[in-house]
Design a protein around this ligand. Structure first.
Ligand code: 13P
Length: 248
C-alpha cells in the first residue's frame, strides 16, 4: 500500500511570524494516515523542524549537488540534513525555467540527496505547446529516464515523483483527473521499464498544478495518483489542514 502524501510547496512566500503561526494552527489537526509535508524557504527550515508537530514533515525546495565548496549563496545537502530536513523538491519547473536546471543537474542532485539520506520529490511535467503537439509522453519519458540514470533505489518509500504540467501551475487551470491519471500511470510504466514492476508499484507519484480543497478528492480517487504537490492552496493553515484530511 502506498501511503498518501500531501506536500505543500510554499515557494518564495511567508514571513517568519506566519511560519510560526502556521505550525501552531496545524498542531493536532493533521491526519496520521497521510504523509503531510511542507517545503519551505531555506531560511525557515530550522524553525519548522523545531516547532512542527510530529506528523508534519519538513522539506526544502532545492539544494546544491555538492557537499561544500565555493558556491556563494547555495545550500548543501549536508546542511539540509544537519538542519533536520527530511525531503527536498528537485527539478521543479520554476527551477528548470528560471535557474537553468538541466536534466543532468537534476540527476546529480537526486543521487546526492539519496546518498545523504534526504528524500527527493522529483518534478516532471510538460509545457502547453508540448501537450498540444501530442508529445507529452515523449517528454515525460525523457525527463524520467534522465532523472534516474544510474540511480539505485534501495528503499522505494524514499523516492517521490510529482507530475506537474506547467500549464496548470498557478493558473487555476488544473489538469482534469483523467489527464493526471494518464500521466501518472505513464510515469509508472516508465519506472517499471527502468527498474521493475514491483519498484514502480511502490513509488509514490503526486499530481501538482492548481490543486485546492475543492478538487483534491478527484485526484486522490485515481489509481496511480498517490497525493498532491500544492503551491498556493498550501499557504493558509486552514486550507492545508483540509487538503491533508481530504487526502486520507
Ligand atoms: P499551484 O498549486 O499554486 O498551482 O502550484 C503548484 C506547484 O508548482 C507546486 O510545486
Amino acid at each position: 500500500m502506498r501511503k498518501p502524501i500531501l506536500a505543500g510547496n510554499w515557494k518564495m512566500n511567508k514571513t517568519r511570524d506566519e511560519v510560526i503561526q502556521f505550525t501552531l494552527a496545524v498542531t493536532n489537526r493533521l491526519p496520521l494516515n497521510v504523509e503531510c509535508i511542507v517545503c519551505a524557504p531555506a531560511i525557515y527550515l530550522r524553525d519548522l523542524v523545531k516547532r512542527s508537530p510530529d506528523n508534519l514533515h519538513i522539506g526544502a525546495q532545492n539544494m546544491h549537488e555538492l557537499d561544500s565548496g565555493a558556491y556563494t549563496g547555495e545550500i548543501s545537502p549536508i546542511m539540509l540534513k544537519d538542519t533536520g530536513v527530511e525531503y527536498v523538491i528537485l527539478g521543479h519547473s520554476e527551477r528548470r525555467e528560471y535557474f537553468n536546471e538541466t536534466d543532468a543537474k537534476i540527476n546529480a542532485k537526486i543521487k546526492k540527496a539519496l546518498e545523504v539520506g534526504l528524500k527527493p520529490i522529483i518534478c516532471v511535467g510538460e509545457k502547453l505547446e508540448t501537450r498540444e503537439a501530442g508529445k507529452t509522453n515523449e517528454l515525460l519519458e525523457s525527463q524520467i529516464v534522465k532523472a534516474f540514470e544510474g540511480v539505485n533505489i534501495d528503499n522505494t518509500e524514499n523516492v517521490i515523483i510529482a507530475y506537474e504540467p506547467i500549464w496548470a501551475i498557478g493558473t487555476g487551470k488544473s489538469a482534469d483527473s483523467k489527464t493526471a491519471e494518464e500521466a501518472c500511470g505513464f510515469i509508472r510504466s516508465v519506472l517499471s521499464k527502468i527498474y521493475s514492476e514491483n519498484v514502480a508499484n511502490e513509488i509514490r507519484i503526486l499530481y501538482g498544478g492548481s490543486v485546492k480543497e475543492t478538487n483534491i478528492a478527484e485526484y486522490m480517487a485515481q489509481k496511480d495518483v498517490d497525493g498532491a504537490l500544492v503551491g498556493g492552496a498550501s499557504l493558509k493553515p486552514e486550507s492545508f489542514i483540509e487538503l491533508c484530511n481530504k487526502s486520507a
